[in-house]
Design a protein around this ligand. Structure first.
Ligand code: TXA
Ligand code: MG
Length: 338
């Protein structure tokens, strides 16, 4: 299969027309969102959704997020809309926020990975919402990487993973947020945070009060434990390089990197004070700048051929929680406190 790339920033009408044509034919299309690129198909067409799992090499028990363009599109997908979801939608959507609810009969088990719930998101990206509107159906879409690789933050990375596997990629430039959406479940009360992302725990707590943080957000799932979110049990975001997070001050970090001739994954500017090889991942005090850079930085480590990497430890507050959650997975949960 030939994979065509259309730049929606310069060929807006053609991008929408082609996305609509292919999605309505039951094909899979790579689309930009503000978080990461998605692999989209008509959420109401089982055969189309099955093609997503094939293109990605994704286990079939890992459910997909259904993307909508307006609030009216939520109702047909769910059994009922909990009061807290109404409040959250009003306050945050469109946003990097995915809310899980009991699903309606219209949502296929292929989409929900046989669970009785469905995850729904209204993306902030105007391009993403325009594509959904043009297609005229909700779009089921996981991140557009091959299963196990870092999520793609630009169309070039989607092409690297999906060339020959899907007919079309819509290029909308770099994703601003750079890590996937926040996933929170309202299938239970108090709601449970399953994956930290672009809308922070603090922002949500300020609006709806108590939120339970699932163990898997910060810790490795025990062998044999049942994951609240199936995605959390799979290896994720893993570059080839062996990464260890170093929780220390900069001087200690510097000496261990230099003594062991490792590659440093450090904050902006710190690289100027290191004599070893390094890759930076954003401003030390700005979780948003770190999230925008993290997945690119992980790919750069591989491009450099790094084998042993020591990473600076982000804060676990605000947007830092999402950054830390991805980085500990990339590091296979290896942390040294020094
Ligand atoms: O930002 C994002 O969320 C991107 C863009 C494309 O929207 N999408 C994305 O999808 O990251 P994916 O499939 O890579 O991650 C979705 C996560 C998975 O860990 C999955 O297990 C979980 O959400 N999930 C989906 N539906 C669920 C459900 N019903 N119950 C529990 N977890 C669910
Ligand atoms: Mg993913």
């Amino acid at each position: 299969m030939k994979t065509v790339v259309i730049d929606i920033t310069t060929e807006y009408d053609r991008a929408l027309t082609e996305a609509k044509r292919l999605i309505n034919q039951g094909e899979v299309v790579g689309i930009p969102t503000e978080t990461v690129y998605g692999l989209a198909a008509n959420a109401f067409c089982e055969d189309a959704v099955k093609k997503i799992f094939v293109a990605k090499g994704r286990p079939s028990d890992n459910p997909l997020i259904v993307h909508i363009a307006k609030l009216e599109d939520l109702e047909p997908l769910v059994a009922e809309i909990p009061e807290k979801v109404k409040i959250m939608a009003e306050k945050f959507w469109p946003a990097a926020l995915t809310m899980i609810m009991k699903k309606s009969d219209k949502v296929s088990d292929v989409v929900s990975g046989n669970l009785d719930t469905v995850a729904v998101r209204m993306p902030k990206s105007d391009y993403a919402r325009a594509i959904i509107e043009a297609c005229g159906c909700p779009l089921a879409a996981p991140s557009a990487n091959l299963s196990g690789s870092p999520s793609p933050t630009n169309a070039k990375y989607v092409f690297n993973d999906m060339n020959g596997r899907i007919p079309l990629i819509i290029d909308g430039g770099n994703c601003q947020i750079g890590v996937e959406s926040t996933v929170i479940s309202f299938a239970e009360d108090p709601p449970r945070l399953l994956r930290p992302g672009g809308v922070t725990l603090e922002e949500m707590t300020a609006v709806i009060g108590e939120i339970v943080v699932d163990d898997a957000v910060l810790n490795k799932l025990e062998e044999g434990a049942v994951a609240s979110s199936p995605g959390m049990k799979y290896k994720h975001y893993a570059p080839t390089a062996d990464i260890t997070i170093i929780k220390s001050n900069f001087d200690t970090f510097k000496s261990i990197c230099e003594n062991e001739n490792a590659t440093a994954l450090c904050f902006d500017g710190e690289n100027e004070n290191l004599s070893c090889s390094s890759v930076t991942y954003g401003d030390k005090d700005d979780g948003y700048s770190q999230s925008a850079r993290l997945f690119d930085a992980l790919r750069e480590l591989d491009e450099k051929g790094a084998t042993k990497v020591y990473a600076r430890c982000p804060e676990t507050k605000g947007m830092g929680l999402a950054v830390y959650n991805r980085l500990i997975r990339a590091a296979g949960f290896k942390i040294k406190v020094m």
